[in-house]
Write a protein that binds this ligand. Sequence first.
Ligand code: AMP
Length: 289
Amino acid sequence: MSTPYFADNRENLDTLLTESRSAGHTIGLVPTMGFLHEGHLSLLRAARARCDIVVMSLFVNPTQFAPADDFEAYPRDQERDIRLAGDTGVDIVYAPAAADVYPDDFATWVEVRGELTEVLCGHPSLRGPEHFRGVTTIVAKLFNAVGPQLAFFGQKDAQQAVVIQQMVRDLEFGIDIVVCPTVREPDGLAMSSRNRYLASDERNRALALHRALQTALRTAENGAVDVGEVLAPAFRVLRDAGIEPEYLQARDAATLRSVQRFGDRPVLVAVAARVGTARLIDNVVVPAL
Ligand code: AMP
């Protein structure tokens, strides 16, 4: 397919979108931090199937990284990303400069408060609510810049998707949030730009995340309802692989409130762990009985 249009600032983006806006075309946005893999491409394909104009943003957002995080090391390959975006039928790649997104006098933040951003990755001892404040701020800015009717996110970042849905409701963005399934390597490892940090022995160990989640799923499917009972064998899978998770928890898939039982409603089982230098997350949703 053809090379997408490229906008590296808001003015260029507005010029590219003027016609589509006045023609009433459906605009779909796929926010990414680049270094595209099949997970990203699945969102782009979903957007292509449902929208007249597909905009992919490409921005490694500094405000969602803590000082000790991998912002500098985060893998980047803009040329390849643009090519893959074009191959997938993206119309416009929007890659603003950090200095334009966050000028020196930048002072406004979008923050979803409460449990949603304080549990799982938002726990103060882990990435903390500040991570989600960075995410919601950049996503709100992208929503304002692009003006999409639909925006596409991955279930791989389940908490992020729930937080964004909350923000869209609270701030009345009027944008349909489409959450697409997690895309995995053939052996089950959830695709992530951070997988490239894994040495080959670490990559093998990282597979235990998926195995642990599948174990929890099967245990629930076999009739266990108590959270402790469902998670115990999953913890064992991680321990046997030498992985001490940051968390392995069961939560209401829609609200992220803690649950005691499986079966009453869809339950998100989410895991985060460091494997070598890579911080990996993954999850599975156990449907209601
Ligand atoms: P990122 O570039 O990591 O910020 O991800 C951009 C979007 O791609 C987010 O909505 C992610 O949830 C989504 N994404 C990342 N990895 C996957 C995956 N393996 N499957 C589906 N979506 C993904």
